[in-house]
Ligand binder design. Structure first.
Ligand code: NAD
Length: 418
């Protein structure tokens, strides 16, 4: 298990957990049970490439705890994936699900690959073989996957088909984030980004900031694009965006509709004819009202945190702020942080709705989905702010301690077997 600590993202998740556990005064026995992931699964995934070669990819799944229900979490395709990164993301999923009151433990999966350099046929073969390797360890009441970085509705459709073919009947509740035509939920595609836009607008309201605040979004994939789109609909001005090819900044505001169309056509922001081009590091420290990292982990380092020029930091990505950067933010005290486990919870909340609809074969309208989503997000947002105020702690500690305490309580009341 300690091998996980070689990964900096897992170390960061542990540092966050230890800080929250110290605040809660957890004793060593319960602390260890709550902290360490229950199951680590690594598989070799052989795939025949289009050039005839066979390449073996490394696939992982980490199921963090099984105390409150099945485990739930995304599947990521990215060159950086390793077991430590996946374990950190699974741990954060546990606190996120508990915080939002969902009956799940956290999980995450990943395959070390570069999806941008693979053909659709290779991606399908990779997804199907990974699913087959995972069949002994997953199930609608065991572990349910969803899209994350580098995966999408098509990936989920292939997983659903592979699992159902083995079961001999359709099992839509095996994954969430599927196309609506095969049992996906209305609104799941946009849920994470729209949830980010919703909680950000709540923060703007509380801080009495204008609706046309200036927003920078790093990452223009599923989460970032819908967050930008959602905030533009609330009246905000998107002044900067970035993706893996670089960034654009225009203090007068970028045309979000055009950005959306450009991205859907070219799958990158490259050659978009508006804004000053810069690096992602430069983008993060430009002047704005709200900064939304929506790409990947650990992009806000201590050095960058000291230079941030935003009033609100809305963490749409998982783990975008390093432990050291967090200390800088606490010391500065001028930035309103919406921590990841709260900010991007819209995705797993609507995934939960999709799972419930699939189990019941009874489907909801988009209005019903967003009405229920915003109600949960709003309550959770208020709870985190109240906890922070009452205990005089920062928003991240408040969110993490609320989530962790629920897992602690569940483990204690269930007891230890045998
Ligand atoms: P995605 O693959 O759809 O998009 C990722 C975007 O980030 C792309 O625009 C890519 O170019 C950009 N990017 C990647 N690496 C980058 C880098 N180093 N610098 C700048 N840009 C970079 O992924 P997504 O589903 O939008 O996920 C983004 C983040 O949100 C991840 O941290 C993910 O774990 C988190 N998240 C996703 C969901 C979901 O429902 N998809 C839910 C909760 C949290």
């Amino acid at each position: 298990m300690k091998v996980l600590l070689q990964n900096p993202t897992f170390r960061m998740a542990c540092q966050q957990f230890d800080g929250a556990a110290d605040f809660l005064g957890l004793d060593a026995s319960i602390r260890e049970r709550v902290k360490w992931p229950k199951r680590l699964i690594s598989v070799a995934v052989p795939v025949k490439l289009d050039n005839g070669d066979v390449k073996v990819f490394e696939g992982h799944r980490v199921q963090h705890h099984l105390t409150l229900g099945p485990t739930k979490g995304g599947l990521r395709f990215s060159p950086s994936v390793d077991i430590g990164e996946v374990a950190a993301l699974a741990m954060w999923m546990s606190w996120k699900c508990a915080l939002a009151g969902l009956p799940y433990g956290g999980a995450k999966g990943g395959i070390a690959c570069d999806p941008l350099r693979m053909s659709p046929r290779e991606l399908e073969a990779l997804t199907r073989r990974y699913t087959v390797e995972m069949i002994p360890f997953i199930g609608p009441h065991i572990d349910v996957m969803a899209p994350d970085m580098g995966t999408n509705e098509q990936t989920m459709a292939w997983m659903y088909d592979t699992y159902s073919t083995h079961a001999g009947h359709a099992v839509p509740s095996i994954v969430t984030g599927k196309p609506v035509s095969i049992g996906g939920s209305m609104g799941r595609r946009e849920a994470t980004g729209r949830g980010v836009a919703f909680v950000t607008s709540r923060a703007l309201e509380i801080l009495k900031m204008p609706a046309d605040s200036r927003i920078i979004v790093q990452g223009f994939g599923n989460v970032g694009s819908y967050a930008a789109y959602g905030l533009a609909k609330y009246g905000a001005k998107i002044v900067g965006v970035g993706d893996r090819t670089g960034a654009l900044y225009d203090p007068n505001g970028l045309d979000v509709e055009k950005l959306f169309v450009h991205f859907q056509t070219h799958a990158t922001l490259e050659n978009f004819p508006q804004g000053e081009r810069m690096t992602n590091e430069e983008l993060l420290v430009q002047s704005c009202d709200v900064l939304i990292p929506a790409a990947t982990e650990r992009v806000i380092t201590a050095e960058i945190a000291a230079k941030l020029q935003c009033r609100v930091l809305a963490e749409a990505a998982n783990g975008p702020t390093t432990f050291e950067a967090d200390a800088v933010l606490k010391q500065r005290g001028d930035i309103f942080v919406i921590p990841d486990v709260l900010c991007n919870a819209g995705g797993v909340i609507v995934s939960y709705f999709e799972w419930v609809q699939d189990l019941q074969n009874f489907f909801w309208t988009e209005v019903e989905v967003f009405d229920k989503l915003y109600r949960i997000l709003s309550q959770t947002f208020d709870q985190v702010l109240k906890e922070a105020r009452q205990k005089n702690i920062d928003h991240r500690t408040a969110a993490l301690t609320l989530g962790i305490q629920k897992v602690v309580d569940a483990k204690k009341i269930r007891g230890l077997f045998p």
